[in-house]
Design a protein around this ligand. Sequence first.
Ligand code: DGL
Length: 275
Amino acid sequence: MVQAHCQRRVQGHRGEEPVNAPIGVFDSGVGGLSILQALQLHMPAEDFVYMADNAHAPYGERDAAFVRERATAIWHTLRDEHHVKALVVACNTATALAIQHLRDAHPEVAFFGVEPAVKPAAAHSQTHRVGVMATPATLGSDKFIQLLNSLKGQAEFVLQPCEGLADAIEQHWRDGKDAPVKALCEKYVSAMGDFGSQAGQIDTLVLGCTHYPFALPLLRPLVGENVTILETGEPVARHTQQVLAERGLLADVARVGRVNFLATGDSLIGVRSQF
Ligand code: DGL
């Protein structure tokens, strides 16, 4: 979990060299913190500005135009007010619906996205049956459908739109009530069918929304110990670090990075962080 001490050391750009400018990270809410944690582990010298667009969450049940508009507005804020040197779209839904739009409008900027780990899941699965939990918007997006089509014949994918789950996880951070999250996890896991390592069972589960790793303690007992659960924080952090290095944009290694937490709705500071 992102450390509480980072929340207290709130700062913006420190007026240093452009390489030491912060990296912007955004999500509809707390979900992107699962990505931020991996980014911090890989790049401890970097400053980050984390934006939770929680006044407009959840994204997963919105249309593409709305999510594009939000992504554009957040990019402008992070660029103009916080001078970020790159942006990590730490949201599968916004990546699916808006990242191409951002790249087309600003080809000079390094934008990084997250997408459901279906490719490593297909390579990993021994039963060739993979479950994918994601928002309805991600699963219905052209980008995701193209990704699945590129893996035709490699595995059978059981797609589970999880309406309401990101929102329930968001609420849990505020009120600590895990019953709604538990009920939705049970409903969606049972809808996907049998989990296990026997032929015909799902042996690999992809968490295709950055909120869902926070429900891992509830999901694990439902699918069993033998099922591999994949999320995207580590590969995204590795890729971000590699591209920033290639572009000469990594911060000086002697620094200690800081995080500035921002939200369009309720502040993230003081919210709960664990089930
Ligand atoms: N955490 C986001 C994702 O990865 C968005 C969830 C939502 O706002 O519906 O898709």
